[in-house]
Design a protein around this ligand. Structure first.
Ligand SMILES: Nc1ncnc2c1ncn2[C@@H]1O[C@H](COP(=O)(O)OP(=O)(O)OP(=O)(O)O)[C@@H](O)[C@H]1O
Ligand SMILES: [Mg+2]
Length: 280
C-alpha cells in the first residue's frame, strides 16, 4: 500500500472491541494526525485504554480495522509493529530483579540483528532514552525498588529506546508530581516538534491535554463524543455531560489555550449519565 497517501498516522475505522461477550467500543472512527499530538480523554472506564490497545495491536477488535501509515496492522508481525510504534501501557509491571537498563534494553529487541546481540547503536539508544527521562543515576537500580514516578519514567524510557515514529502513551503522567508531569509532557512535545514524532496519549488532566495536544478526542461510554482542536472540543456542555462537572473555560494567559476551572461535580447528585460503565 502507498505509505505516502494517507491522512492519518493511525486510522481506526468502524472499531468494535471488548473483552469476550463484553463489548466496550462500538463504531469507533479515529484519525491520529500524522506528526501531531492527539490526546484521548474521557471518564474512568470509558474505553480509552481499550482503544489504545486496539490501535497498538495489543487487543484484536471484533470488527473494523486499524491502519498504521496506510498498512493494516492485522498483517504486521509483533516485531514489525514494534519498529513502527512504541507503547507505554497503563500500570505496567516489570519482572523482579530487572534493572532500569535491563528494562530499557527490551525496547531494542525489534531493532537488533539476527543474533539478537545489542550493537553500539542499540547501547547508544538505551543510554539516550535513560538520559531523556533523567534516570542516569538509577540505571543500575532494580525497577521494583524505584518510586512510582521513577518507575513510570523507566517505562517511558523503554518506549523511547524503541526509536519509533509513533508513540502511544497511556496516562504517562500517572504517579508524577506536577514538575515531573510537565517535564514528561514537554519531552513528548520536544520529540514531536523536533523529530516529527506522532503521539497518541491518554491523559486525565484536561488542562494538560488542552495545552499539549493539537487534537483532542473525547470518549464517553465507548463512543467518541467530541473531537477537534482544544478550543472547539472543550465546551461547558460537553464537560457537564461527559464528566459531570460544571466548569468555566477561560483563556490561559500564558498560552492562550483553554483552561478549565471546574466548580462542582454533579455526579453525586446522580443527575448525569457519565461514569456509568460503557454499554450497560
Ligand atoms: N481485561 C478486561 N476484561 C474485562 N473487562 C475489561 C478488561 N479491561 C477493561 N475492561 C472493562 O472495559 C471498560 C473500559 O476499560 P478501559 O480500561 O478501556 O477504560 P479507561 O477509559 O482506560 O479507564 P481509566 O481512566 O480508569 O483507565 C471498563 O468497564 C473495564 O472494566
Ligand atoms: Mg485506562
Amino acid at each position: 500500500m502507498d505509505n505516502n497517501n494517507h491522512s492519518g498516522a493511525i486510522q481506526a475505522q468502524a472499531i468494535r472491541a471488548g473483552y469476550g461477550q463484553h463489548i466496550i467500543l462500538e463504531q469507533i472512527d479515529l484519525q491520529v494526525l500524522h506528526g501531531g499530538i492527539t490526546a484521548l480523554v474521557g471518564p474512568n472506564g470509558s474505553g480509552k485504554s481499550t482503544l489504545l490497545k486496539v490501535c497498538t495491536k495489543l487487543l484484536a477488535p471484533e470488527g473494523g480495522s486499524v491502519l498504521l501509515n496506510g498498512e493494516n496492522i492485522s498483517r504486521l508481525s509483533t516485531r514489525e509493529m514494534a519498529k513502527r510504534l512504541a507503547i507505554l501501557p497503563q500500570g505496567p509491571v516489570a519482572p523482579a530483579n530487572l534493572t532500569v537498563r535491563d528494562l530499557v534494553e527490551q525496547g531494542r529487541y525489534a531493532q537488533v540483528g539476527p543474533f539478537r546481540m545489542l550493537r553500539r547503536q542499540d547501547h547508544e539508544a538505551i543510554t539516550r532514552a535513560i538520559d531523556l527521562v533523567r534516570l542516569n543515576d538509577f540505571a543500575d537500580r532494580d525497577v521494583d525498588t524505584l518510586s512510582g514516578g521513577e518507575r513510570q519514567r523507566a517505562w517511558l524510557a523503554l518506549a523511547l529506546a524503541q526509536d519509533t515514529a509513533i508513540l502511544a502513551l497511556d496516562e504517562p503522567t500517572t504517579f508524577l508530581d506536577i514538575g515531573h508531569q510537565l517535564e514528561v509532557l514537554e519531552l513528548v512535545q520536544e520529540l514531536n516538534r523536533e523529530q516529527g514524532m506522532t503521539v497518541l496519549m491518554v491523559l486525565h488532566d484536561l488542562n494538560h491535554a488542552a495545552s499539549f495536544a493539537d487534537q483532542m478526542v473525547v470518549l464517553n461510554r465507548g463512543q467518541i463524543v467530541g473531537t477537534g482542536q482544544p478550543w472547539e472540543t472543550l465546551q461547558p456542555q460537553l464537560l457537564q455531560e461527559v464528566f459531570g462537572v460544571d466548569a468555566s473555560i477561560i483563556s490561559d494567559p500564558h498560552t492562550d489555550k483553554p483552561l478549565i476551572v471546574a466548580h462542582r461535580s454533579a455526579l453525586r447528585t446522580g443527575t448525569v449519565e457519565a461514569m456509568k460503565p460503557a454499554n450497560v
